[in-house]
Design a binder for this molecule. Sequence first.
Ligand SMILES: *Cc1c(COP(=O)(O)O)cnc(C)c1O
Length: 368
Amino acid sequence: MIPISKVAFGPEEEDLVLEVLRSGTIAQGPRVAELEQRFADAYEMKHVVAVNNGTTALIASLIAHEIGEGDEVITSPFTFAATLNAILDVGATPVFADIRADDFNIDSTLVESLVTPKTRAIMPVHLYGQMADMTSLAATAEKHGLVIIQDAAQAQGARHQGIAAGATHTATFSLYATKNMTTGEGGLISTDDDKVAERLRILRNQGMRARYEYVMTGYNWRLTDLQAAVGIPQIERYETNVGIRSANAAFYAEALKNSLGIILPTVRPGNEHVWHQYTLRVTDDAKVTRDEFIDQLTSQGVGSGAYYPRAVYDYEAFRNHPLVGVPHCPIAEVVASQAVSIPVHPHLTPEDLQTVAEKVLHVAGSAA
Ligand SMILES: *Cc1c(COP(=O)(O)O)cnc(C)c1O
Protein backbone atom coordinates (compact mmCIF):
# COMPACT_ATOMS: atom_id res chain seq x y z
CA MET A 1 0.00 0.00 0.00
CA ILE A 2 1.28 3.48 -0.86
CA PRO A 3 0.18 5.47 2.21
CA ILE A 4 -1.45 8.92 2.10
CA SER A 5 1.02 10.11 4.73
CA LYS A 6 4.18 8.75 6.26
CA VAL A 7 6.17 9.64 9.37
CA ALA A 8 9.96 9.25 9.18
CA PHE A 9 12.61 10.72 11.46
CA GLY A 10 16.36 11.10 11.09
CA PRO A 11 19.33 10.59 13.40
CA GLU A 12 19.10 14.27 14.44
CA GLU A 13 15.71 13.70 16.11
CA GLU A 14 16.93 10.47 17.72
CA ASP A 15 20.01 12.22 19.14
CA LEU A 16 18.09 15.20 20.49
CA VAL A 17 15.36 13.06 22.08
CA LEU A 18 18.02 10.98 23.80
CA GLU A 19 19.76 14.14 25.00
CA VAL A 20 16.50 15.44 26.50
CA LEU A 21 15.77 12.06 28.13
CA ARG A 22 19.19 12.05 29.75
CA SER A 23 18.95 15.71 30.80
CA GLY A 24 16.14 14.96 33.23
CA THR A 25 14.11 17.97 32.00
CA ILE A 26 11.35 16.38 29.94
CA ALA A 27 8.32 18.65 30.51
CA GLN A 28 8.20 22.26 29.19
CA GLY A 29 11.68 23.71 29.41
CA PRO A 30 14.55 25.04 27.27
CA ARG A 31 13.79 22.86 24.22
CA VAL A 32 10.25 24.21 23.96
CA ALA A 33 11.68 27.74 24.10
CA GLU A 34 14.20 26.80 21.41
CA LEU A 35 11.47 25.35 19.16
CA GLU A 36 9.45 28.57 19.54
CA GLN A 37 12.45 30.75 18.71
CA ARG A 38 13.53 28.73 15.68
CA PHE A 39 10.01 28.65 14.31
CA ALA A 40 9.68 32.41 14.77
CA ASP A 41 13.03 32.99 13.03
CA ALA A 42 12.14 30.69 10.12
CA TYR A 43 8.91 32.52 9.27
CA GLU A 44 9.53 36.14 10.36
CA MET A 45 7.15 35.90 13.34
CA LYS A 46 7.22 38.26 16.32
CA HIS A 47 6.07 35.81 19.01
CA VAL A 48 5.58 32.03 18.95
CA VAL A 49 3.93 30.16 21.82
CA ALA A 50 3.88 26.34 21.89
CA VAL A 51 0.89 24.41 23.20
CA ASN A 52 -0.15 20.76 23.39
CA ASN A 53 -2.03 20.54 20.05
CA GLY A 54 -3.48 22.51 17.16
CA THR A 55 -7.03 22.52 18.50
CA THR A 56 -5.82 24.02 21.77
CA ALA A 57 -3.91 26.58 19.70
CA LEU A 58 -7.19 27.74 18.12
CA ILE A 59 -9.09 27.84 21.42
CA ALA A 60 -6.23 29.64 23.19
CA SER A 61 -6.01 32.23 20.39
CA LEU A 62 -9.72 32.98 20.61
CA ILE A 63 -9.52 33.35 24.41
CA ALA A 64 -6.36 35.48 24.22
CA HIS A 65 -8.18 37.82 21.83
CA GLU A 66 -11.10 37.87 24.32
CA ILE A 67 -13.55 36.36 21.85
CA GLY A 68 -16.47 34.47 23.38
CA GLU A 69 -20.21 34.45 23.90
CA GLY A 70 -22.13 36.87 21.68
CA ASP A 71 -19.21 37.34 19.29
CA GLU A 72 -19.32 36.24 15.66
CA VAL A 73 -16.37 34.64 13.90
CA ILE A 74 -16.42 34.43 10.10
CA THR A 75 -14.80 31.23 8.91
CA SER A 76 -14.59 28.63 6.14
CA PRO A 77 -17.20 25.87 5.81
CA PHE A 78 -14.60 23.58 4.20
CA THR A 79 -12.28 22.58 7.03
CA PHE A 80 -11.48 20.04 9.71
CA ALA A 81 -13.91 19.88 12.66
CA ALA A 82 -11.32 21.48 14.97
CA THR A 83 -11.87 24.94 13.46
CA LEU A 84 -15.58 24.86 14.24
CA ASN A 85 -15.13 23.06 17.58
CA ALA A 86 -12.78 25.80 18.78
CA ILE A 87 -15.23 28.59 17.90
CA LEU A 88 -18.08 26.76 19.65
CA ASP A 89 -15.89 25.87 22.64
CA VAL A 90 -15.44 29.55 23.54
CA GLY A 91 -19.18 30.15 23.04
CA ALA A 92 -18.79 32.27 19.90
CA THR A 93 -21.08 32.07 16.87
CA PRO A 94 -19.58 30.73 13.62
CA VAL A 95 -20.59 32.51 10.42
CA PHE A 96 -19.65 30.73 7.21
CA ALA A 97 -18.44 32.46 4.06
CA ASP A 98 -18.45 30.06 1.10
CA ILE A 99 -15.18 28.95 -0.52
CA ARG A 100 -13.62 29.44 -3.95
CA ALA A 101 -13.61 26.23 -5.99
CA ASP A 102 -10.13 26.91 -7.41
CA ASP A 103 -8.12 27.06 -4.17
CA PHE A 104 -10.61 25.52 -1.68
CA ASN A 105 -10.24 28.57 0.61
CA ILE A 106 -12.67 31.13 2.00
CA ASP A 107 -13.88 33.53 -0.72
CA SER A 108 -12.61 36.83 0.62
CA THR A 109 -15.07 38.79 -1.57
CA LEU A 110 -17.99 37.31 0.42
CA VAL A 111 -16.64 38.17 3.86
CA GLU A 112 -17.50 41.87 3.97
CA SER A 113 -21.23 41.26 3.41
CA LEU A 114 -21.27 38.96 6.47
CA VAL A 115 -19.82 41.54 8.87
CA THR A 116 -22.31 42.66 11.56
CA PRO A 117 -21.85 44.75 14.71
CA LYS A 118 -21.20 41.44 16.53
CA THR A 119 -18.37 40.31 14.24
CA ARG A 120 -15.05 40.13 16.12
CA ALA A 121 -12.82 37.93 14.01
CA ILE A 122 -12.12 36.31 10.68
CA MET A 123 -10.72 32.78 10.89
CA PRO A 124 -9.49 31.75 7.44
CA VAL A 125 -8.21 28.19 7.00
CA HIS A 126 -5.20 27.83 4.71
CA LEU A 127 -6.36 24.49 3.37
CA TYR A 128 -4.04 21.79 2.01
CA GLY A 129 -1.01 24.12 2.30
CA GLN A 130 -2.18 27.10 0.26
CA MET A 131 -3.00 30.42 1.89
CA ALA A 132 -6.33 32.18 1.60
CA ASP A 133 -6.30 35.69 0.13
CA MET A 134 -4.80 37.39 3.19
CA THR A 135 -4.32 40.71 1.36
CA SER A 136 -8.04 41.08 0.89
CA LEU A 137 -8.97 39.63 4.30
CA ALA A 138 -6.52 41.97 6.05
CA ALA A 139 -8.11 44.95 4.30
CA THR A 140 -11.60 43.90 5.42
CA ALA A 141 -10.36 43.27 8.97
CA GLU A 142 -8.66 46.66 9.07
CA LYS A 143 -11.75 48.46 7.79
CA HIS A 144 -14.05 46.88 10.40
CA GLY A 145 -11.61 46.57 13.31
CA LEU A 146 -11.60 42.77 13.25
CA VAL A 147 -9.06 40.28 14.51
CA ILE A 148 -7.62 37.66 12.12
CA ILE A 149 -6.79 34.21 13.48
CA GLN A 150 -5.39 32.06 10.68
CA ASP A 151 -5.93 28.32 10.98
CA ALA A 152 -2.56 27.47 9.42
CA ALA A 153 -2.50 23.86 10.70
CA GLN A 154 -1.77 22.65 7.17
CA ALA A 155 0.22 25.62 5.94
CA GLN A 156 3.56 25.90 7.75
CA GLY A 157 5.89 27.81 5.42
CA ALA A 158 3.21 28.75 2.88
CA ARG A 159 3.38 32.29 1.55
CA HIS A 160 0.98 34.82 0.05
CA GLN A 161 2.59 37.79 -1.74
CA GLY A 162 5.86 36.73 -0.12
CA ILE A 163 4.47 36.90 3.44
CA ALA A 164 4.52 33.65 5.44
CA ALA A 165 1.41 32.20 7.07
CA GLY A 166 1.50 33.52 10.62
CA ALA A 167 3.99 36.34 9.98
CA THR A 168 1.13 38.82 10.49
CA HIS A 169 -1.92 38.82 12.79
CA THR A 170 -2.38 35.62 14.84
CA ALA A 171 -2.05 32.10 13.42
CA THR A 172 -2.18 28.54 14.70
CA PHE A 173 -0.20 25.50 13.57
CA SER A 174 -0.56 21.79 14.32
CA LEU A 175 2.26 19.32 14.89
CA TYR A 176 -0.02 16.27 14.66
CA ALA A 177 1.40 13.08 13.15
CA THR A 178 0.02 13.63 9.63
CA LYS A 179 1.06 17.28 9.30
CA ASN A 180 4.09 18.46 7.27
CA MET A 181 6.10 18.70 10.50
CA THR A 182 5.21 16.62 13.54
CA THR A 183 5.93 15.97 17.19
CA GLY A 184 3.15 13.37 17.47
CA GLU A 185 0.84 15.90 19.05
CA GLY A 186 1.62 19.58 19.39
CA GLY A 187 0.61 23.09 18.43
CA LEU A 188 2.19 26.49 17.85
CA ILE A 189 0.64 29.94 17.89
CA SER A 190 2.26 32.95 16.25
CA THR A 191 1.15 36.50 16.92
CA ASP A 192 2.34 40.02 16.20
CA ASP A 193 0.42 41.30 19.26
CA ASP A 194 2.52 41.59 22.46
CA LYS A 195 -0.51 41.45 24.77
CA VAL A 196 -1.92 38.36 23.06
CA ALA A 197 1.45 36.61 23.32
CA GLU A 198 1.65 37.38 27.04
CA ARG A 199 -1.89 36.13 27.64
CA LEU A 200 -1.16 32.92 25.74
CA ARG A 201 1.90 32.17 27.87
CA ILE A 202 -0.12 32.75 31.04
CA LEU A 203 -3.18 30.78 29.85
CA ARG A 204 -1.18 27.66 28.98
CA ASN A 205 0.36 27.56 32.46
CA GLN A 206 -2.58 27.69 34.91
CA GLY A 207 -3.05 31.45 34.57
CA MET A 208 0.30 32.02 36.24
CA ARG A 209 2.51 35.01 35.33
CA ALA A 210 5.31 34.22 37.77
CA ARG A 211 5.49 31.41 40.30
CA TYR A 212 2.15 31.29 42.20
CA GLU A 213 1.16 34.67 40.79
CA TYR A 214 -2.21 33.72 39.30
CA VAL A 215 -3.58 36.57 37.19
CA MET A 216 -6.37 34.71 35.36
CA THR A 217 -7.98 31.30 35.33
CA GLY A 218 -5.87 29.04 33.20
CA TYR A 219 -5.13 25.60 31.87
CA ASN A 220 -2.35 23.09 31.44
CA TRP A 221 -1.73 23.44 27.71
CA ARG A 222 2.04 22.91 27.79
CA LEU A 223 4.10 21.12 25.16
CA THR A 224 6.99 19.00 26.47
CA ASP A 225 10.73 19.22 25.84
CA LEU A 226 10.57 15.60 24.65
CA GLN A 227 8.15 16.66 21.91
CA ALA A 228 10.14 19.80 21.11
CA ALA A 229 13.23 17.60 20.60
CA VAL A 230 11.35 15.73 17.88
CA GLY A 231 10.34 19.01 16.22
CA ILE A 232 13.49 21.15 16.32
CA PRO A 233 15.56 19.23 13.72
CA GLN A 234 12.61 19.18 11.32
CA ILE A 235 12.60 22.98 10.99
CA GLU A 236 15.95 22.90 9.22
CA ARG A 237 14.86 20.14 6.84
CA TYR A 238 11.46 21.67 6.18
CA GLU A 239 12.28 23.62 3.02
CA THR A 240 13.88 20.54 1.45
CA ASN A 241 10.80 18.47 2.21
CA VAL A 242 8.49 21.11 0.75
CA GLY A 243 10.69 21.13 -2.36
CA ILE A 244 10.07 17.38 -2.74
CA ARG A 245 6.33 17.84 -2.16
CA SER A 246 6.29 20.55 -4.87
CA ALA A 247 8.17 18.33 -7.31
CA ASN A 248 5.68 15.52 -6.63
CA ALA A 249 2.79 17.92 -7.28
CA ALA A 250 4.45 19.04 -10.53
CA PHE A 251 4.79 15.38 -11.56
CA TYR A 252 1.04 14.81 -11.05
CA ALA A 253 0.13 18.03 -12.88
CA GLU A 254 1.82 16.62 -15.98
CA ALA A 255 0.99 12.92 -15.53
CA LEU A 256 -2.71 13.49 -14.80
CA LYS A 257 -3.43 16.27 -17.29
CA ASN A 258 -5.49 13.97 -19.56
CA SER A 259 -7.52 12.34 -16.80
CA LEU A 260 -11.24 12.19 -17.45
CA GLY A 261 -13.54 14.24 -15.26
CA ILE A 262 -10.83 15.06 -12.72
CA ILE A 263 -9.98 18.65 -11.82
CA LEU A 264 -6.40 19.08 -10.64
CA PRO A 265 -5.42 21.52 -7.86
CA THR A 266 -4.04 24.93 -8.84
CA VAL A 267 -1.82 27.52 -7.21
CA ARG A 268 -3.21 31.04 -7.30
CA PRO A 269 -0.84 33.78 -8.52
CA GLY A 270 1.18 35.21 -5.63
CA ASN A 271 0.92 32.02 -3.56
CA GLU A 272 3.62 29.56 -2.54
CA HIS A 273 1.97 26.22 -1.83
CA VAL A 274 3.49 23.75 0.66
CA TRP A 275 1.43 20.80 -0.64
CA HIS A 276 0.22 19.34 2.63
CA GLN A 277 -2.32 17.57 0.41
CA TYR A 278 -2.64 17.15 -3.36
CA THR A 279 -6.39 17.23 -3.79
CA LEU A 280 -8.35 16.21 -6.88
CA ARG A 281 -11.99 16.91 -7.62
CA VAL A 282 -13.80 13.89 -9.04
CA THR A 283 -16.61 15.41 -11.11
CA ASP A 284 -19.70 13.90 -12.73
CA ASP A 285 -17.68 13.45 -15.94
CA ALA A 286 -15.45 10.80 -14.33
CA LYS A 287 -16.26 7.09 -14.82
CA VAL A 288 -16.82 6.64 -11.09
CA THR A 289 -18.19 8.52 -8.09
CA ARG A 290 -15.81 10.00 -5.53
CA ASP A 291 -16.47 7.19 -3.07
CA GLU A 292 -15.98 4.50 -5.75
CA PHE A 293 -12.79 6.28 -6.79
CA ILE A 294 -11.42 6.00 -3.24
CA ASP A 295 -12.50 2.35 -2.88
CA GLN A 296 -10.95 1.34 -6.19
CA LEU A 297 -7.69 3.16 -5.47
CA THR A 298 -7.54 1.35 -2.12
CA SER A 299 -8.04 -2.04 -3.73
CA GLN A 300 -5.23 -1.19 -6.18
CA GLY A 301 -2.85 -0.36 -3.33
CA VAL A 302 -3.04 3.44 -3.39
CA GLY A 303 -4.01 5.25 -0.19
CA SER A 304 -6.20 8.35 -0.52
CA GLY A 305 -8.59 10.35 1.62
CA ALA A 306 -11.68 12.55 1.39
CA TYR A 307 -10.57 15.66 3.26
CA TYR A 308 -13.33 16.53 4.00
CA PRO A 309 -16.37 14.53 2.91
CA ARG A 310 -18.92 17.22 3.85
CA ALA A 311 -19.12 20.92 4.63
CA VAL A 312 -18.06 21.20 8.28
CA TYR A 313 -21.52 22.29 9.52
CA ASP A 314 -23.13 19.27 7.83
CA TYR A 315 -22.49 16.61 10.50
CA GLU A 316 -24.72 15.22 13.23
CA ALA A 317 -22.94 17.11 16.03
CA PHE A 318 -23.36 20.53 14.43
CA ARG A 319 -26.62 20.17 12.51
CA ASN A 320 -28.76 20.80 15.56
CA HIS A 321 -26.36 23.10 17.35
CA PRO A 322 -28.06 26.37 18.33
CA LEU A 323 -25.01 28.46 17.40
CA VAL A 324 -24.56 26.85 13.97
CA GLY A 325 -28.04 27.28 12.52
CA VAL A 326 -28.65 26.15 8.94
CA PRO A 327 -25.82 27.53 6.81
CA HIS A 328 -25.82 26.97 3.08
CA CYS A 329 -22.55 27.24 1.20
CA PRO A 330 -23.25 25.64 -2.20
CA ILE A 331 -19.67 25.65 -3.46
CA ALA A 332 -18.27 24.06 -0.31
CA GLU A 333 -21.02 21.42 -0.40
CA VAL A 334 -20.27 20.45 -4.01
CA VAL A 335 -16.47 20.54 -3.58
CA ALA A 336 -16.72 18.44 -0.39
CA SER A 337 -18.59 15.79 -2.38
CA GLN A 338 -15.79 15.72 -4.99
CA ALA A 339 -12.54 16.06 -3.02
CA VAL A 340 -9.96 13.26 -2.90
CA SER A 341 -6.38 13.70 -1.73
CA ILE A 342 -3.70 11.40 -3.15
CA PRO A 343 -0.22 10.79 -1.67
CA VAL A 344 2.19 13.73 -2.16
CA HIS A 345 4.48 13.30 0.87
CA PRO A 346 8.29 13.45 0.54
CA HIS A 347 8.85 9.72 1.10
CA LEU A 348 7.31 8.64 -2.21
CA THR A 349 9.72 7.02 -4.67
CA PRO A 350 9.61 7.80 -8.41
CA GLU A 351 7.99 4.35 -8.84
CA ASP A 352 5.33 5.22 -6.24
CA LEU A 353 4.49 8.43 -8.11
CA GLN A 354 4.25 6.55 -11.39
CA THR A 355 2.00 3.92 -9.79
CA VAL A 356 -0.32 6.49 -8.21
CA ALA A 357 -0.69 8.36 -11.52
CA GLU A 358 -1.37 5.14 -13.48
CA LYS A 359 -3.99 3.96 -11.00
CA VAL A 360 -5.74 7.35 -10.96
CA LEU A 361 -5.94 7.34 -14.78
CA HIS A 362 -7.08 3.73 -14.76
CA VAL A 363 -9.87 4.31 -12.20
CA ALA A 364 -11.12 7.72 -13.36
CA GLY A 365 -10.55 7.22 -17.08
CA SER A 366 -8.26 8.97 -19.49
CA ALA A 367 -9.14 11.28 -22.35
CA ALA A 368 -5.97 10.52 -24.32
C1 LIG B 1 -4.94 19.26 12.07
C2 LIG B 1 -5.85 20.43 12.00
C3 LIG B 1 -6.29 21.10 13.15
C4 LIG B 1 -6.12 20.56 14.55
O1 LIG B 1 -4.87 20.23 14.94
P1 LIG B 1 -4.62 19.11 16.07
O2 LIG B 1 -3.18 19.25 16.36
O3 LIG B 1 -4.99 17.79 15.44
O4 LIG B 1 -5.49 19.42 17.23
C5 LIG B 1 -7.03 22.25 13.00
N1 LIG B 1 -7.35 22.73 11.80
C6 LIG B 1 -6.97 22.11 10.66
C7 LIG B 1 -7.34 22.72 9.34
C8 LIG B 1 -6.22 20.94 10.72
O5 LIG B 1 -5.87 20.33 9.58
